[in-house]
Design a protein around this ligand. Structure first.
Ligand SMILES: C[S@@+](CC[C@H](N)C(=O)[O-])C[C@H]1O[C@@H](n2cnc3c(N)ncnc32)[C@H](O)[C@@H]1O
Length: 162
């Protein structure tokens, strides 16, 4: 399993609950050395021997292996060339593998607060108005996209065909 834009590794413990501790490997990728330093501290403190951390750019990802699952957690909307990141993620999925995205939505149910949220996020390098769902549906054979809390966030689950 690969988490792209893993940051400090906040999601690792939730992911590890679903991995076989003996056989399941988790790779956390981020381009920030500072984030990875903090993630490494967490990994060492928890004694997670099946977690590997890799510094790299999601948009130019070239790992020498494929994964059963790839996860973007609040990272896709921060990546300017997000289409390249999705293409590289898809290339790193084994046939039959699953891509999961959790990220901010467009706040469609938030009325006049919606542009304020989107503007605030944009100041923080998060772009919510790109056509993420369309591109995910185009890239993956089956892709279910769901919006939560009036578009506060969305989940997308895509499957790579055999
Ligand atoms: C908002 S944080 C999310 C961290 C983590 N996934 C979480 O949910 O706690 C987004 C992360 O994406 C990373 N990131 C942004 N662009 C990236 C890129 N092109 N390649 C790899 N990581 C990237 C940032 O360094 C940051 O750590």
């Amino acid at each position: 399993m690969l988490e792209i834009g893993c940051g400090t590794g906040l999601n690792f413990r939730y992911i590890l609950e679903y991995l076989d501790p003996a056989a399941g490997q988790l790779t956390g990728l981020d381009f920030s050395a500072d984030m990875l330093k903090r993630a490494r501290k967490r990994v060492v403190a928890r004694g997670w021997s099946n977690v590997e951390l890799v510094q790299g750019d999601a948009t130019a990802l070239e790992l020498d292996r494929q994964f059963d699952a790839v996860f973007f957690g609040y990272s896709l909307t921060m990546i300017p060339d997000w289409m390249a990141a999705l293409r590289r993620a898809q290339a790193h999925l084994r046939p039959g593998g699953t891509l999961v995205v959790l990220d901010f939505g467009r706040f469609h149910g938030w009325g006049p607060l919606a542009p304020l949220w989107r503007g605030w996020l944009r100041v923080n390098h998060v772009e919510t108005l790109r056509p993420y769902a369309d591109e995910l549906r185009r890239l993956f054979d089956r892709c279910a996209v769901r919006y939560w809390l009036g578009g506060y966030n969305f989940t997308a689950v895509g499957h790579k065909g055999p």
